[in-house]
Design a protein around this ligand. Sequence first.
Ligand code: F6R
Length: 248
Amino acid sequence: LPVKVFANQIEASQRVARRIADIIIKKQENSENAVLGLATGVTPINVYKELIRLHREEGLSFKNVVTFNLDEYFPMKPDAVQSYVTFMNENLFNHVDINKSNIHIPDGNLKQEFVQAFCYEYEQKINHFGGLDVQLLGIGRTGHIGFNEPGSAPNSGTRLVTLDDLTRRDASRDFGGKENVPNKAVTMGIGTIFKAKEIILMAWSEKKAAIIKKAVEGEISSDVPATYLQLSDRVEFILDTGSASELT
Ligand code: F6R
């Protein structure tokens, strides 16, 4: 399993941003779209910062970029401060020349009866654009990727899921208390993630060391959904010394 350990998350994030920029540029040369699967949370923030810098200082254009985000809380209004729509706008989209109609984020604001059809359509849209060229992932302390919590099936698609208690506790700071964290989320499935041509999982700091050890070295099991990534030959783990500190 390809694991790369960097001295710190800035260097690692710059490397990941460079990889994404290279995909975008290569697609541009062929007049094609680059289809990016994106993540939220604190982990990818410095990747997005570097992409913004590449846009501002080195002329990287996002005109041919189509994005699909992994997940969104449910219920969640898109203009709420904690929404992943707000997160993506503030941390990336507002600062680059992406065409807003090329942005896709799971809708946390639907009536529950319409969610299943939305999820089906989300998968169809990814396929329509030729699939994800690259999927960025963080990892939760439950071992979730996207919001595929323990118990998720390896062939799962985009769907409404119930968040693990630990995930809600970890999110409680953003919501001013666990009781304010939504119970559910709409997330791409493990199967959706697996179809990406390239998967980059990032993790920083000692806080992630125990789950990274399980994800990389543990037995493959739905108890730790990230272990499924061991079955992919297109995945790369990008770590800092902290998150890698328990690896043997
Ligand atoms: C976010 C997502 C989650 C996070 C994970 C780690 O879109 O899908 O799986 O990547 O919860 O979160 P942070 O990066 O905040 O530690």
